[in-house]
Ligand binder design. Structure first.
Ligand SMILES: Cc1cc2nc3c(=O)[nH]c(=O)nc-3n(C[C@H](O)[C@H](O)[C@H](O)COP(=O)(O)O)c2cc1C
Length: 178
């Protein structure tokens, strides 16, 4: 079995992580590799924003604002590092918005896999507030940008139980044209 197949098969999400996180410099090669996803017209319609320390408190306040809640949300504090996934829609006659979202999404999935392979705990999270005005503003998104959520990243807790996802019957998902 190839190392890639094993890595993909073994990937799982960690909803609980410890407070260690990859540094900016450790992330760079993984981000560069993730950029190798298929990208129609090579528009690179994505970017990532690192949220660490008090950045997460600011996100908690923005979430509360979006949800008309008096108490700041503690959700962003569940991991030491959040990577906001941003799709940056580029002007193109050839590549519609949905294709550009597919590229940004591909980057996020690939980066999740590479982070998992490097030994980090990762989970992709969103929420009703993901595309709210308050959360947009806090990330200083431009008009052509939208959030696809955040990769929550941290250390894998000792003795963390491996989640189970029932294997699919691939025959059900792969068929010939009717
Ligand atoms: C776009 C996207 C958004 C998601 N949002 C959430 C979320 O807000 N909360 C959550 O618990 N899981 C969310 N998930 C699912 C988790 O990332 C994860 O896949 C799920 O918990 C199953 O775990 P597994 O990946 O180990 O099978 C999201 C996944 C994707 C792709």
């Amino acid at each position: 079995m190839s190392a890639l197949l094993t890595a993909v098969e073994n990937r799982r999400s960690y909803s609980r992580v410890t407070d260690v996180a990859p540094t900016h410099d450790e992330l760079l090669p993984l981000v560069a590799a993730s950029a190798r996803v298929a990208d129609h017209s090579a528009l690179k319609p994505w970017r990532l924003i690192e949220l660490r320390g008090d950045d997460r408190v600011r996100l908690g306040a923005a979430i509360a604002k979006a949800e008309h809640d008096d108490t700041p949300s503690r959700k962003p504090l569940r991991a030491p590092l959040l990577l906001a996934i941003v799709v940056c829609e580029k002007k193109s006659d050839k590549v519609p918005a949905w294709e550009q979202e597919a590229v940004a999404s591909g980057v996020a999935h690939t980066l999740s896999l590479l982070l998992a392979d490097a030994g980090w705990g990762v989970i992709w999270r969103t929420g009703h507030y993901t595309r709210s005005k308050a959360v947009r503003k806090m990330h200083k998104l431009k008009k052509n940008e939208q959030l696809l959520g955040w990769l929550y990243v941290g250390g894998i807790p000792e003795g963390a139980k491996v989640g189970y996802r029932k294997p699919i019957d691939a025959e059900e998902f792969l068929s010939r044209l009717p």
